[in-house]
Design a protein around this ligand. Structure first.
Ligand SMILES: *[C@@H]1O[C@H](CO)[C@@H](O)[C@H](O)[C@H]1NC(C)=O
Ligand SMILES: *[C@@H]1O[C@H](CO)[C@@H](O)[C@H](O)[C@H]1NC(C)=O
Ligand SMILES: *[C@@H]1O[C@H](CO)[C@@H](O)[C@H](O)[C@H]1NC(C)=O
Ligand SMILES: *[C@@H]1O[C@H](CO)[C@@H](O)[C@H](O)[C@H]1NC(C)=O
Ligand SMILES: [Zn+2]
Length: 296
Protein backbone atom coordinates (compact mmCIF):
# COMPACT_ATOMS: atom_id res chain seq x y z
CA UNK A 1 0.00 0.00 0.00
CA UNK A 2 1.47 3.35 -1.00
CA UNK A 3 1.97 5.92 1.76
CA UNK A 4 -0.44 8.50 0.36
CA UNK A 5 -3.08 6.00 -0.60
CA UNK A 6 -2.91 4.55 2.87
CA UNK A 7 -3.23 7.93 4.57
CA UNK A 8 -6.13 8.86 2.35
CA UNK A 9 -7.85 5.54 2.97
CA UNK A 10 -7.23 5.90 6.69
CA UNK A 11 -8.80 9.39 6.84
CA UNK A 12 -11.74 8.05 4.91
CA UNK A 13 -12.11 5.19 7.37
CA UNK A 14 -11.95 7.54 10.36
CA UNK A 15 -14.60 9.73 8.75
CA UNK A 16 -16.89 6.78 8.07
CA UNK A 17 -16.30 5.45 11.54
CA UNK A 18 -17.48 8.77 12.98
CA UNK A 19 -20.56 8.71 10.79
CA UNK A 20 -21.71 5.13 11.11
CA UNK A 21 -19.39 2.73 12.88
CA UNK A 22 -19.82 -0.25 10.60
CA UNK A 23 -16.43 -1.79 11.40
CA UNK A 24 -15.61 -4.94 13.43
CA UNK A 25 -14.76 -4.98 17.13
CA UNK A 26 -13.25 -1.52 17.53
CA UNK A 27 -9.51 -0.99 17.68
CA UNK A 28 -9.49 -1.86 21.40
CA UNK A 29 -11.30 -5.17 20.96
CA UNK A 30 -8.96 -6.33 18.21
CA UNK A 31 -5.91 -5.18 20.10
CA UNK A 32 -7.11 -7.14 23.16
CA UNK A 33 -7.75 -10.42 21.32
CA UNK A 34 -4.41 -10.34 19.55
CA UNK A 35 -2.55 -9.37 22.73
CA UNK A 36 -4.18 -12.29 24.57
CA UNK A 37 -3.25 -14.62 21.69
CA UNK A 38 0.38 -13.43 21.56
CA UNK A 39 0.96 -14.43 25.18
CA UNK A 40 -0.25 -17.97 24.43
CA UNK A 41 1.89 -18.69 21.35
CA UNK A 42 4.46 -21.46 21.33
CA UNK A 43 8.08 -20.55 20.54
CA UNK A 44 7.68 -21.96 17.01
CA UNK A 45 4.56 -19.90 16.31
CA UNK A 46 6.08 -16.78 17.86
CA UNK A 47 9.07 -17.07 15.53
CA UNK A 48 6.95 -17.40 12.37
CA UNK A 49 4.66 -14.54 13.41
CA UNK A 50 7.67 -12.31 14.02
CA UNK A 51 9.09 -13.31 10.63
CA UNK A 52 5.83 -12.47 8.82
CA UNK A 53 5.18 -9.13 10.53
CA UNK A 54 6.64 -6.02 8.89
CA UNK A 55 9.62 -4.56 10.77
CA UNK A 56 7.70 -1.52 11.97
CA UNK A 57 5.37 -3.76 14.01
CA UNK A 58 8.33 -4.44 16.33
CA UNK A 59 7.22 -8.08 16.63
CA UNK A 60 3.85 -7.03 18.08
CA UNK A 61 0.93 -8.71 16.26
CA UNK A 62 -1.62 -6.73 18.31
CA UNK A 63 -0.40 -3.42 16.90
CA UNK A 64 -1.57 -4.49 13.40
CA UNK A 65 -4.74 -6.42 14.23
CA UNK A 66 -7.00 -3.62 12.99
CA UNK A 67 -5.20 -3.39 9.65
CA UNK A 68 -8.06 -5.17 7.76
CA UNK A 69 -10.47 -2.46 8.95
CA UNK A 70 -8.09 0.27 7.82
CA UNK A 71 -7.77 -1.10 4.29
CA UNK A 72 -11.28 -2.38 3.82
CA UNK A 73 -12.39 0.46 1.55
CA UNK A 74 -9.16 0.23 -0.38
CA UNK A 75 -9.46 -3.58 -0.72
CA UNK A 76 -13.12 -3.34 -1.54
CA UNK A 77 -13.48 -7.11 -2.07
CA UNK A 78 -12.57 -7.73 1.58
CA UNK A 79 -15.54 -5.83 3.09
CA UNK A 80 -17.84 -8.89 3.13
CA UNK A 81 -15.23 -10.97 4.95
CA UNK A 82 -15.75 -9.26 8.31
CA UNK A 83 -19.14 -10.80 9.09
CA UNK A 84 -21.78 -13.36 8.16
CA UNK A 85 -25.49 -12.52 8.08
CA UNK A 86 -28.13 -15.06 9.11
CA UNK A 87 -31.89 -15.22 8.42
CA UNK A 88 -33.90 -12.82 10.57
CA UNK A 89 -35.02 -14.21 13.97
CA UNK A 90 -33.83 -17.78 13.27
CA UNK A 91 -30.97 -17.49 15.78
CA UNK A 92 -28.86 -20.13 14.07
CA UNK A 93 -26.07 -20.26 11.53
CA UNK A 94 -25.25 -22.68 8.70
CA UNK A 95 -22.17 -22.34 6.53
CA UNK A 96 -23.80 -23.45 3.26
CA UNK A 97 -26.87 -21.31 3.73
CA UNK A 98 -25.26 -18.16 5.16
CA UNK A 99 -21.65 -17.85 3.99
CA UNK A 100 -21.87 -15.62 0.90
CA UNK A 101 -21.68 -11.90 0.16
CA UNK A 102 -24.71 -9.79 -0.72
CA UNK A 103 -24.40 -10.76 -4.40
CA UNK A 104 -24.40 -14.45 -3.50
CA UNK A 105 -20.71 -15.29 -4.03
CA UNK A 106 -20.07 -18.41 -1.96
CA UNK A 107 -17.47 -18.47 0.85
CA UNK A 108 -17.30 -14.66 0.95
CA UNK A 109 -17.97 -14.23 4.68
CA UNK A 110 -16.04 -14.24 7.93
CA UNK A 111 -15.97 -18.02 8.41
CA UNK A 112 -15.03 -18.60 4.75
CA UNK A 113 -12.22 -16.10 5.17
CA UNK A 114 -10.91 -17.86 8.31
CA UNK A 115 -10.70 -21.14 6.34
CA UNK A 116 -9.11 -19.32 3.40
CA UNK A 117 -6.34 -17.54 5.30
CA UNK A 118 -5.57 -20.55 7.50
CA UNK A 119 -5.09 -22.63 4.34
CA UNK A 120 -2.79 -19.98 2.88
CA UNK A 121 -0.66 -19.88 6.04
CA UNK A 122 -0.30 -23.66 6.01
CA UNK A 123 2.02 -23.13 3.03
CA UNK A 124 4.57 -21.59 5.43
CA UNK A 125 5.64 -25.06 6.52
CA UNK A 126 6.52 -26.06 2.94
CA UNK A 127 8.50 -23.15 1.62
CA UNK A 128 8.13 -19.40 1.70
CA UNK A 129 8.57 -19.28 -2.06
CA UNK A 130 5.85 -21.54 -3.44
CA UNK A 131 2.79 -19.50 -2.50
CA UNK A 132 1.39 -16.66 -4.56
CA UNK A 133 -0.31 -15.21 -1.53
CA UNK A 134 1.03 -12.44 0.64
CA UNK A 135 1.39 -14.31 3.93
CA UNK A 136 1.79 -11.12 5.94
CA UNK A 137 -1.67 -10.14 4.81
CA UNK A 138 -2.94 -13.69 5.44
CA UNK A 139 -1.71 -13.50 9.06
CA UNK A 140 -3.30 -10.10 9.66
CA UNK A 141 -6.59 -11.09 8.02
CA UNK A 142 -6.80 -14.35 9.98
CA UNK A 143 -5.97 -12.65 13.30
CA UNK A 144 -8.57 -9.97 12.67
CA UNK A 145 -11.37 -12.26 11.46
CA UNK A 146 -11.03 -14.68 14.39
CA UNK A 147 -11.78 -11.58 16.49
CA UNK A 148 -14.72 -10.50 14.34
CA UNK A 149 -16.46 -13.90 14.33
CA UNK A 150 -16.59 -13.70 18.15
CA UNK A 151 -18.42 -10.35 18.13
CA UNK A 152 -22.03 -11.58 18.44
CA UNK A 153 -23.45 -9.00 16.02
CA UNK A 154 -20.93 -9.95 13.33
CA UNK A 155 -23.19 -13.01 13.06
CA UNK A 156 -26.44 -11.05 13.25
CA UNK A 157 -29.62 -10.77 11.20
CA UNK A 158 -29.56 -9.93 7.50
CA UNK A 159 -32.51 -7.50 7.70
CA UNK A 160 -30.82 -5.08 10.09
CA UNK A 161 -27.25 -5.63 8.84
CA UNK A 162 -26.11 -7.15 12.11
CA UNK A 163 -27.66 -4.37 14.20
CA UNK A 164 -26.25 -1.54 12.08
CA UNK A 165 -29.73 -0.20 11.28
CA UNK A 166 -31.02 -0.59 14.85
CA UNK A 167 -30.76 2.98 16.15
CA UNK A 168 -30.50 3.19 19.95
CA UNK A 169 -29.19 5.57 22.60
CA UNK A 170 -26.13 4.45 24.56
CA UNK A 171 -26.77 6.47 27.69
CA UNK A 172 -27.23 9.95 26.16
CA UNK A 173 -25.49 9.27 22.88
CA UNK A 174 -27.30 8.30 19.71
CA UNK A 175 -25.69 5.35 17.94
CA UNK A 176 -26.58 1.93 16.56
CA UNK A 177 -26.64 -1.47 18.22
CA UNK A 178 -23.77 -2.86 16.17
CA UNK A 179 -21.54 0.01 17.26
CA UNK A 180 -22.55 -0.56 20.89
CA UNK A 181 -21.09 -4.08 20.65
CA UNK A 182 -18.03 -3.11 18.59
CA UNK A 183 -17.01 -0.15 20.73
CA UNK A 184 -19.33 1.37 23.33
CA UNK A 185 -19.46 -1.48 25.85
CA UNK A 186 -15.67 -1.71 25.80
CA UNK A 187 -15.23 2.09 25.94
CA UNK A 188 -17.61 2.42 28.90
CA UNK A 189 -15.89 -0.48 30.69
CA UNK A 190 -12.49 1.15 30.20
CA UNK A 191 -13.74 4.43 31.70
CA UNK A 192 -15.76 2.85 34.51
CA UNK A 193 -13.55 -0.01 35.66
CA UNK A 194 -10.06 0.27 34.17
CA UNK A 195 -8.93 3.93 34.50
CA UNK A 196 -9.19 4.21 30.69
CA UNK A 197 -6.23 1.84 30.46
CA UNK A 198 -6.68 -1.00 27.96
CA UNK A 199 -3.77 -2.97 29.40
CA UNK A 200 -5.60 -3.16 32.76
CA UNK A 201 -8.65 -4.59 31.03
CA UNK A 202 -6.52 -7.11 29.14
CA UNK A 203 -4.82 -8.17 32.39
CA UNK A 204 -8.20 -8.67 34.08
CA UNK A 205 -9.31 -10.89 31.19
CA UNK A 206 -6.01 -12.80 31.32
CA UNK A 207 -6.48 -13.42 35.06
CA UNK A 208 -9.87 -14.93 34.25
CA UNK A 209 -8.32 -17.11 31.55
CA UNK A 210 -5.95 -18.47 34.20
CA UNK A 211 -8.47 -18.77 37.08
CA UNK A 212 -12.04 -17.62 36.53
CA UNK A 213 -13.10 -19.74 33.61
CA UNK A 214 -10.55 -22.49 34.26
CA UNK A 215 -12.87 -25.45 33.69
CA UNK A 216 -13.75 -24.25 30.21
CA UNK A 217 -10.58 -22.66 28.90
CA UNK A 218 -8.53 -25.76 28.01
CA UNK A 219 -11.19 -26.92 25.52
CA UNK A 220 -11.82 -23.52 23.86
CA UNK A 221 -9.04 -23.98 21.30
CA UNK A 222 -9.94 -27.59 20.38
CA UNK A 223 -11.53 -28.49 17.06
CA UNK A 224 -13.64 -31.58 16.40
CA UNK A 225 -11.71 -34.37 14.62
CA UNK A 226 -8.48 -32.50 15.41
CA UNK A 227 -8.99 -30.09 12.52
CA UNK A 228 -6.56 -27.17 12.26
CA UNK A 229 -9.34 -24.60 12.29
CA UNK A 230 -13.09 -24.69 13.03
CA UNK A 231 -14.81 -21.28 12.82
CA UNK A 232 -18.36 -22.63 12.38
CA UNK A 233 -19.06 -23.35 16.06
CA UNK A 234 -17.79 -19.84 16.92
CA UNK A 235 -20.31 -18.33 14.51
CA UNK A 236 -23.09 -20.47 15.99
CA UNK A 237 -22.17 -19.27 19.48
CA UNK A 238 -22.21 -15.66 18.27
CA UNK A 239 -25.71 -15.71 16.76
CA UNK A 240 -27.01 -17.43 19.91
CA UNK A 241 -25.44 -14.68 22.05
CA UNK A 242 -26.75 -12.03 19.65
CA UNK A 243 -30.31 -13.28 20.19
CA UNK A 244 -29.98 -13.86 23.91
CA UNK A 245 -28.08 -10.68 24.85
CA UNK A 246 -27.44 -8.21 22.02
CA UNK A 247 -30.90 -7.91 20.44
CA UNK A 248 -32.82 -8.56 23.65
CA UNK A 249 -34.19 -5.35 25.22
CA UNK A 250 -32.53 -3.31 22.50
CA UNK A 251 -35.39 -2.62 20.12
CA UNK A 252 -35.10 0.38 17.76
CA UNK A 253 -35.36 3.64 19.66
CA UNK A 254 -34.56 2.19 23.07
CA UNK A 255 -32.13 3.75 25.52
CA UNK A 256 -29.48 1.42 26.91
CA UNK A 257 -27.96 2.23 30.29
CA UNK A 258 -26.48 0.48 33.35
CA UNK A 259 -28.81 -2.53 33.29
CA UNK A 260 -27.83 -3.44 29.74
CA UNK A 261 -24.17 -2.41 30.12
CA UNK A 262 -23.46 -4.36 33.31
CA UNK A 263 -25.21 -7.55 32.18
CA UNK A 264 -23.56 -7.57 28.73
CA UNK A 265 -20.00 -6.62 29.69
CA UNK A 266 -19.13 -10.12 31.00
CA UNK A 267 -20.27 -11.55 27.64
CA UNK A 268 -18.02 -9.13 25.75
CA UNK A 269 -15.03 -9.91 27.99
CA UNK A 270 -15.51 -13.64 27.60
CA UNK A 271 -15.78 -13.35 23.79
CA UNK A 272 -12.53 -11.33 23.67
CA UNK A 273 -10.91 -14.08 25.76
CA UNK A 274 -12.23 -16.90 23.58
CA UNK A 275 -11.10 -15.13 20.42
CA UNK A 276 -7.59 -14.71 21.83
CA UNK A 277 -7.30 -18.29 23.08
CA UNK A 278 -8.61 -19.69 19.81
CA UNK A 279 -6.41 -17.50 17.61
CA UNK A 280 -3.38 -18.72 19.56
CA UNK A 281 -4.49 -22.35 19.19
CA UNK A 282 -4.90 -21.95 15.41
CA UNK A 283 -1.53 -20.25 14.95
CA UNK A 284 0.17 -22.82 17.20
CA UNK A 285 -1.19 -25.65 15.03
CA UNK A 286 -0.50 -23.96 11.70
CA UNK A 287 3.05 -22.97 12.65
CA UNK A 288 4.01 -26.13 14.55
CA UNK A 289 7.43 -27.27 13.43
CA UNK A 290 7.32 -30.16 10.90
CA UNK A 291 8.80 -32.50 13.53
CA UNK A 292 5.93 -31.83 15.92
CA UNK A 293 3.33 -32.28 13.19
CA UNK A 294 4.83 -35.62 12.26
CA UNK A 295 4.65 -36.79 15.86
CA UNK A 296 0.91 -36.06 16.12
C1 LIG B 1 -8.96 -15.61 -0.03
O1 LIG B 1 -7.79 -14.82 -0.04
C2 LIG B 1 -7.52 -14.15 -1.27
C3 LIG B 1 -6.23 -13.35 -1.08
O2 LIG B 1 -6.36 -12.37 -0.11
C4 LIG B 1 -8.69 -13.26 -1.65
O3 LIG B 1 -8.48 -12.71 -2.92
C5 LIG B 1 -10.00 -14.05 -1.63
O4 LIG B 1 -11.10 -13.17 -1.88
C6 LIG B 1 -10.17 -14.70 -0.29
N1 LIG B 1 -11.42 -15.46 -0.22
C7 LIG B 1 -12.07 -15.63 0.94
C8 LIG B 1 -13.30 -16.42 0.88
O5 LIG B 1 -11.66 -15.19 1.99
C1 LIG C 1 2.42 -7.86 1.63
O1 LIG C 1 1.40 -7.03 2.13
C2 LIG C 1 1.85 -5.92 2.88
C3 LIG C 1 0.60 -5.21 3.43
O2 LIG C 1 -0.30 -4.92 2.40
C4 LIG C 1 2.70 -5.01 2.03
O3 LIG C 1 3.16 -3.92 2.80
C5 LIG C 1 3.88 -5.83 1.49
O4 LIG C 1 4.64 -5.03 0.61
C6 LIG C 1 3.37 -7.06 0.76
N1 LIG C 1 4.53 -7.92 0.40
C7 LIG C 1 4.76 -8.31 -0.82
C8 LIG C 1 5.95 -9.20 -1.02
O5 LIG C 1 4.05 -7.99 -1.76
C1 LIG D 1 -14.19 -12.83 35.20
O1 LIG D 1 -15.05 -13.94 35.39
C2 LIG D 1 -16.16 -13.68 36.25
C3 LIG D 1 -16.89 -14.99 36.45
O2 LIG D 1 -17.30 -15.54 35.23
C4 LIG D 1 -17.02 -12.58 35.64
O3 LIG D 1 -18.09 -12.29 36.47
C5 LIG D 1 -16.17 -11.34 35.40
O4 LIG D 1 -16.96 -10.36 34.74
C6 LIG D 1 -14.96 -11.66 34.57
N1 LIG D 1 -14.11 -10.50 34.42
C7 LIG D 1 -13.40 -10.28 33.31
C8 LIG D 1 -12.54 -9.06 33.28
O5 LIG D 1 -13.41 -11.01 32.34
C1 LIG E 1 -7.09 -36.02 18.43
O1 LIG E 1 -5.78 -35.92 18.99
C2 LIG E 1 -5.66 -36.56 20.26
C3 LIG E 1 -4.28 -36.24 20.85
O2 LIG E 1 -3.37 -35.82 19.88
C4 LIG E 1 -5.89 -38.06 20.08
O3 LIG E 1 -5.79 -38.71 21.33
C5 LIG E 1 -7.28 -38.28 19.51
O4 LIG E 1 -7.49 -39.64 19.24
C6 LIG E 1 -7.50 -37.48 18.22
N1 LIG E 1 -8.90 -37.56 17.82
C7 LIG E 1 -9.27 -37.77 16.55
C8 LIG E 1 -10.74 -37.84 16.31
O5 LIG E 1 -8.50 -37.89 15.62
ZN1 LIG F 1 -13.50 -6.38 11.10
Amino acid sequence: MGGNGFLLAWRFVVLLQLISGVLGWGKEGHYATCKIAEELLTEDAKAVVKHLLPDYAGGDLASLCSWPDEIRFHYHWSAALHYVDTPDFKCNYEYCRDCHDSSGHKDMCVTGAIYNYTRQLEAVGDSYAITNYNLTEALLFLSHFVGDVHQPLHVGFTGDLGGNTVIVHWYRRKTNLHHVWDNMIIDSALKTFYQSDLSQMIQAIQRNITDGWSNDVPSWGDCASNKTVCPDPYASESIKLACKYAYRNATPGSTLTDGYFLSRLPIVEKRLAQAGVRLAAILNRVFASPKQTARE
